[in-house]
Each structure stands twice: as C-alpha cells, then as structure tokens.
Design a protein around this ligand. Structure first.
Ligand code: MG
Length: 377
C-alpha cells in the first residue's frame, strides 16, 4: 500500500466510437469495460483509493457495481480536464495515477515502473518511439526527437492541481505540468496500452474479450395509479378516450412505468423512482414516453439489447382491448423492437378489489435483455 490514488476517467461521450454501446460499457464477458479496468488496477493492490469518473446519466448505475469502500464515484465534466478536476477534489494522497478507460489493457509492470521512478519528477509518463517517418508543416522531421505519450501517468497531486488551475485546456497531465515548469520524466511504454478511440482499435487490444451473449436477463415491473377526473388518459403510450386520467407526478402512464421497472430490473438498475424522482420538478407532467426513451438509451449505451417485453394491464374500466394493438406498435417503436416481440395483454379483476371498484389500473410487466455483441456489429 502506498500514498497513492487511482483516477480512472470513464465519463466520455465516445462519439468517435460509432457503435450503439459506449466504449466504457463494452461488455468484457459480463463486466462493463470500466469495471474490468478498475478490477485490473484493484488487483495490483497499489492504491489507497480508487476514483472512477462517470457520465452524469450513468453514475447511478455505475455505483451499483461495487460496494468497496475504497472506490469512489465522481461525476464527469464536459471535457477530460473538467472530469479530472472533479476527481482531484476528492484526492488527498500525495500521488495520483490517472488512467483513461480508453486504454484498457493496463499493464502492472508499467505501473510499477512509474512508481519506481517517482523521485525523478513531478509527472512520470509511459512513452513510445515513433517508428514512421513524420512530416511537419511541409518538412520531414527527425523522428528520434518524437515521443508518443500514453496513460497511466503518475503525478504529484498538489502540483497537478495547480497545473490544471491555469485555465488552459490540456490533453494530459504531462503537458499541464510541463507548461507550469514542472519536471516530466519518461519511462518505456507498452504497445498494449493502445488507445481505444475508433471501433477499428478493438482489433489491437487483445484484453478485450467477447461479451457473454448466451445469457438472457429477465426483469419484472408492477405499478398502480388511481384515476383522477378531468385529466386526459395516456396508457401504453397512446391516448385513451375516458372521462378521467391518472393521478401522478408525470402523465401517469402506468403501463410505461411498469415496463420501465421491468427493463431496469433486467439490467440491475434499480427502479423508476431512482432515475426520475417525483420530487424532481423536471419530471412534473412529463410524457412517460420520454422517460422510456431515456431508459432505452441508457440500456443501449451501457451494452444491452432489448429482446422482448410483455405487459398485462388489469383494468375494470376503461376497456383496453380496442387499444391493445396501437399500444403494442407504439411501445415496440419506443423499444426499437420488432412488434411481434412486444406483447400486451388485458384483463379485468372480475370486479374485485380497487381495480374492480373502478378506482384505478394496475399493470404488470416483464422484459428480457441480452448483451450487445460488439464483436459482430
Ligand atoms: Mg407510476
């Protein structure tokens, strides 16, 4: 154990990656890439604390993957540097090792070599020579003066904090510390630390093993809403002709709410109230289709594909059967599913209970997910 914190930057938008799944969520077996990288670092037993920086939309889900007290999750910013600054606020060890999740094939030897060189500089970085001939501004230049900089990089925490405080945007810690006159030392990097930027980079990263596509994840959801007179009724994403709607913080689409819970259940994401708290004014009167779309994007970005969904609407009134098909096509569209993989069932409660007394509607839902196979598409 040393006086060392790991910062793992995993908050990027991954816009250049051009796959439905964000690169930090590629499934390696069944673990997301960021967790796979975190576990690799954790197994080295070098760190007092490990800080993972995640995208604001994904932080809630990330936190559900570990209860290790040494691991802390921090919300990312709009740039790499803003994310790093957020992370550094919670770093109180003298040394910090910063790594990009985009360099996933982390090498323990490189980390130990960085640590052994700690006395030599304010920032120590792995580098590679440039084997190609390089032209700059119309002239070939001597490549022996060129170095490719990799991560992870080891920095003195206080110096790095000051260096990043200058207002200038840097692409890494070594440039920031160099710009303020700090000393940067180089060690030999490793080709395995190649950066994952484009989908084509996957072939150069042997640690990225295939997702386990044999598993199906199943989730269930259940929701009840009472009727409220004088409100329009939305159910299963369609308008229903009825003299009342549902009492709710959002539009009260009880079928979509149950479906969201089934999807979140399958992914181990918690429940609808955790993502869209009814204390949050942003969701007051919200179209539930918007909430469902948000969850579908979240599932897609985090490495899932929806396989099918099935819901049962329990209502004494209004009559559901005339709307079943419209709901099915609408929900299939929202889930980006073939319509035959979205099923709607309707039943009464034989005049029993609150449903039978015409006080409200109950909906039960089930959904199945699998991991997106990034090796195939
Ligand atoms: Mg609800």
């Amino acid at each position: 154990m040393s006086d060392l914190t790991l910062v793992l930057l995993a908050a990027g938008e991954a816009t250049r990656f051009k796959k439905p799944v964000k690169k930090q969520w590629l499934r390696i077996g069944s673990d997301p890439l960021w967790l796979h990288v975190l576990e690799t670092f954790r197994a080295m037993q070098l760190f007092d604390r490990l800080v993972v920086v995640g995208h604001a939309d994904e932080l809630h889900y990330m936190k559900r993957h570990t209860n290790d007290e040494k691991v802390r999750f921090v919300e990312g910013g709009t740039s790499r540097q803003a994310s790093l600054n957020n992370a550094l606020e919670s770093v109180d060890t003298p040394l910090v090792l910063v790594s990009d999740v985009a360099r996933p094939c982390v090498d323990e030897t490189v980390c130990k070599t960085l640590l052994s060189a700690v006395e030599r500089a304010d920032c120590t970085v792995p580098t590679l020579p440039v084997p190609d001939t390089v032209w700059y501004d119309g002239e070939p230049i001597d490549r022996k003066h060129l170095l490719r900089i990799q991560t992870p990089q080891l920095s003195r925490t206080e110096i790095l904090k000051k260096a990043l405080d200058s207002g200038t945007e840097f692409t890494d810690e070594s440039s920031a510390i160099h710009a303020m006159g700090g000393k940067v030392a180089f060690i030999a990097g490793d080709a395995s630390l190649h950066k994952l930027t484009f989908a084509g980079d996957i072939a150069l990263l042997p640690c990225l093993t295939s997702p386990d596509t044999s598993v199906r994840f199943m989730g269930t959801g259940f929701d009840v809403h009472a009727f409220e007179k004088g409100k329009p009724m939305r159910l299963g994403g369609v308008n229903i002709e009825a003299p009342m709607g549902f009492k709710a913080h959002s539009d009260g689409d009880v079928a979509i709410h149950a479906l969201i819970d089934a999807l979140m259940g399958a992914a181990g994401m918690g429940d609808i109230g955790e993502l869209f708290p009814d204390t949050d004014a942003a969701w007051a009167g919200a179209d539930s289709a918007k909430l469902l779309r948000h969850v579908v994007h979240l599932l897609t970005h985090t490495g899932y594909e929806i396989v099918q969904a099935d819901i049962t609407i329990v209502a004494q009134t209004p009559r559901i059967s005339p709307y079943k098909d419209a709901m099915r096509f609408r929900l299939a569209e929202l889930l980006q599913l073939p319509p035959q993989h979205m099923n709607i069932k309707a039943t009464t409660s034989e005049k029993l209970g609150f449903v039978g007394r015409g006080e409200g509607v109950a909906v039960q839902a089930a959904a199945t997910l699998k991991f997106f196979d990034w090796t195939q598409s």
